[in-house]
Structures are given as C-alpha cells and as structure tokens.
Design a protein around this ligand. Structure first.
Ligand code: FUB
Length: 372
C-alpha cells in the first residue's frame, strides 16, 4: 500500500505530529479532555479532530450500550517497525484498548489493555479491526488476527465489563477466515456477523473453497468483468461464539440488479463491513480500499442482497478508511479515522462526526477535509 501524501499541513497538525513523536505516557483510564475542536475548527482543514492523542487508534467500532455511554472498540496502532507493503504488514498491532465517553464531544477515557496477543493461544500476529456485542450481561469482542500459519481468522473474547479485560476462546471461530468482523443486532434479538477484506485481508484466497497461499493471489483476482469478491455473513449462535449457519456471500448489486463488478474499484467491496438499520432499512456499509471511499448499499433483510446507493465519506488522509455508524440521543454519527496526528498511514487516529440522512433515507456524503 502506498501512502498518500499530506498536501496541507496546518500548524495544528505539526504540533500534534511533534507531540506524537515524543515518548508516550502509559495509557490512562482517566478521562482525557477532547481536542479543542471549537478553537481549532477555523484554522484546521479537517472536519473533526482526533478523539484521543496519547495512543494511536483506528477502525473505530462504536456502540451505545445499556448505560447510555458510547464505547469505541478500535484497532490500537503502534510503531512496530515493519516495512510497508500491499498486504498491510506494517499494520502489526498487538493489543486492544477500549475508548469510552458519556456523550459526543465529551471527555474520552482510554481504558487499559483489554486483550493482548500473548493471551490468545492461536494468534501469530496482526490484531486488526475488532467489533463488540452485548448479550445477557456479557460483552463479546470479535477480532481478526493471523494464526500461526499466517492465515487470518476471527477470534472471540468475553468479559463482564464493556472495557475488558476480555478472556479469549482457545480457538478461532470454526470456519472463520479473513478480517474486519462487524456484528449487527436486529430488532428481534438475532445477531449477525459480517466479515471480509481483500488483498491483505485474504478474502480472495478463499474463492475456490480452501485457502490458497502465494504471491499470485495478493490482490484482486484479475478479471475486471467478474462480480466483485463478496464479504460473507452468518447468524451467530445463541452463545455468540460460533456461526449458527453456513456463512453466505453478501451480494452488492447495482440499481439494475446486476452485481457490482471487480473492476469497479470506486464501488466494489474491499474491507470494513458495517451494518445498521434505520426506519426498517438495512444499510450495508464498507470501504473501497484502494480508491479510499466509504460506500453504502441497502436491503430489506440482514442477508441482502444490498443495492448500491452512494458514498458516505470521501477519502481521508492515509491509505485506509474504516468506520462505524451509530445512533445516540436521536442523532446519527460516523466514527472514522485518518492520519492527522502522525502523517503515517499505519499510525491512525479515530474521529467522529454527525451523519445526516435525507428524507428518502439516503446519506449525505461527508467531506473529511472541508478546509483543504
Ligand atoms: O487496521 C488494520 C486494517 O486496516 C483493518 O482491518 C482494515 O479495515 C484497515 O483499516
């Protein structure tokens, strides 16, 4: 993956970048004052400011649990010193820390390590984008990581607390592969998991059944006129630890009912699935990876198919774009990330901004750099 260059560097970003180079304090569970958005908005080209500055965070999966607080389950980026490549080897994360806040714009608490790679017997490396769910008094953390054979699997860990520590299952979910799990709870109390990412996320290696290793399958499959590689989904078992059914492809269709094609890089699924429901409509949202958009498609049930509708977010600074969408006190929000603090594609910071819907349910596209 090639880094995209920062074309505008504000005084704020420089100051933040310098701060990021300084030794970082130990993570604290004390609330941290929010970035001074009101003071800096005029001077900053960015739509919103990083939620926290003392650790690098990415891939924010945000939830409002029963206590009414916002909990964010992000990836925890750090400088592992691994050279950048198209498989994302430079994203060599090793643990998770949860963020929480009482309200949007309020102080953010960075909680201690919730799960470390060394506590998960099957994990080899690369703890990537997690998500969480809550059921019957237990919090479930779903996380992708490479096993000892360097194959991405999905793990589950449990806790009585929303911020951990989480206790992992000894093995990954049976039959799981690829990255970026996202769990959606439907109104009837059923839970569904959506999974997938191509290139470094390895989804393309599973298209003929089993896992195929080798450099020939590092990227797209090569036939631009074929349907795009689909993510997969399944209902979760009652105990939330396994798939309750054989996983199914998630189909994203164009308005005429034809599949979005592999060559349509502006709209084809790359990674970062996230599902939410509003006014009876199921929204399947995702990242297009190498074209850096967040897109969405809608359907009338959790299995799809989903019909492509439009763009949620224009490209952010940094190669990756990954998000979640949640409702709090009647307003909807997009949690996302960019690289404002570091200028480095593997050292990201999470942000949040309000998401607006039109009367017909369509989403108003967000420009993350309105001052650029
Ligand atoms: O954070 C590592 C990977 O980068 C995630 O799993 C992808 O979605 C991308 O954001």
């Amino acid at each position: 993956m090639s880094s995209r260059t920062i074309s505008f560097v504000s005084a704020i970003a420089i100051a933040a970048g310098l701060a990021a180079c300084a030794p970082k304090p130990e993570p604290s569970s004390e609330p941290v004052a929010p970035a001074p958005e009101a003071e800096t908005a005029e001077a900053s080209p960015y739509l919103s400011q990083p939620l926290v500055t003392e650790i690098y965070t990415a891939d924010p999966s945000a939830h409002v649990w029963d206590d009414g607080k916002i909990y964010i389950y992000p990836s925890h980026d750090y400088e592992a010193g691994v050279p950048e490549d198209d498989l994302g080897s430079h994203f060599d994360m090793r643990d998770y820390q949860v963020l929480s806040m009482d309200e949007v714009g309020g102080p953010v608490t960075v909680h201690p390590v919730a799960l470390d790679k060394d506590d998960v017997p099957w994990v080899g490396r690369q703890m990537w984008a997690p998500d969480a769910a809550f059921k019957d008094g237990t919090y479930y953390l779903y996380f992708p990581a490479k096993d000892k054979d360097d194959i991405f699997r999905i793990g589950v860990a449990t806790s009585a607390s929303p911020v951990g520590p989480f206790t992992p299952q000894a093995e990954p979910m049976a039959g799981s592969h690829s990255i970026d799990p996202a769990v959606f709870k439907d109104d009837d109390g059923s839970y569904y998991i959506y999974v997938g990412g191509i290139w470094g996320g390895q989804l393309q290696r599973w298209q003929t059944g089993g896992y195929i290793a080798g450099d020939a399958l590092n990227g797209d499959l090569g036939d631009d006129s074929a349907p795009a590689i689909p993510p997969y989904m399944a209902k979760l078992s009652d105990d939330m630890l396994e798939f309750a059914e054989t996983p199914k492809d998630v189909l994203i269709l164009d308005a005429d009912g034809s599949p979005i094609l592999a060559g349509d890089h502006d709209r084809r699924f790359f990674e970062a699935p996230w599902v939410f429901k509003k006014d009876g409509v199921y929204y399947f949202t995702y990242s297009t990876g190498d074209t850096h958009f967040l897109q969405y498609a809608t359907g009338d049930n959790p299995y799809g198919p989903f019909t492509y509708q439009g763009k949620i977010l224009d490209p952010v600074e940094g190669w990756t774009s990954h998000h979640s969408i949640f409702e709090k006190d009647g307003k909807w929000y997009l949690a996302y990330h960019d690289t404002q603090l570091s200028g480095k594609t593997h050292l990201r910071n999470v942000k949040m901004t309000e998401l607006h819907f039109n009367e017909d349910g369509s989403i108003q596209t967000i420009d993350p750099m309105p001052g650029k």
